[in-house]
Design a binder for this molecule. Structure first.
Ligand SMILES: [Zn+2]
Length: 109
């Protein structure tokens, strides 16, 4: 079951609501139980946002590896591949960041 603080939007998972909201201190009377459908949407968007965050982290690792490979400068084809990997990783990272920003502005999480 998912409860939402109507004062601040804090989400609580459990059979019962909290005594006072851990974020804003509002009493449990201000917590509302979300419908199963709304709870599922929130869990799904939570997981989706985590996946975007993980992809951003991996893309940043690719960028760092590519930079290291470029600096090593073993031969021109390697450097060329690393430059492409660096640029592709940037696109992957920015695509996920843009999607996360869209979710945040829609209040999806
Ligand atoms: Zn609250």
């Amino acid at each position: 079951m998912l409860w939402k603080c109507t004062a601040c939007g804090y989400l609580h998972e459990g059979d019962e609501p909290y005594e006072v909201c851990p974020k804003c201190g509002a009493p449990k009377e201000q917590a509302v139980k979300l419908s199963d459908e709304d709870a599922k949407k929130i869990f799904d968007s939570d997981r989706t946002n985590d996946i975007h965050m993980a992809i951003i982290g991996l893309a940043m690792k690719i960028k760092d590896l590519a930079k290291e490979g470029i600096a090593l400068n073993l031969d021109p084809t390697c450097v060329s591949d690393f430059k492409k990997a660096h640029d592709d990783a940037w696109v992957i990272k920015e695509r996920s960041k843009a999607e996360l920003a869209k979710h945040a502005s829609k209040g999806k999480w």
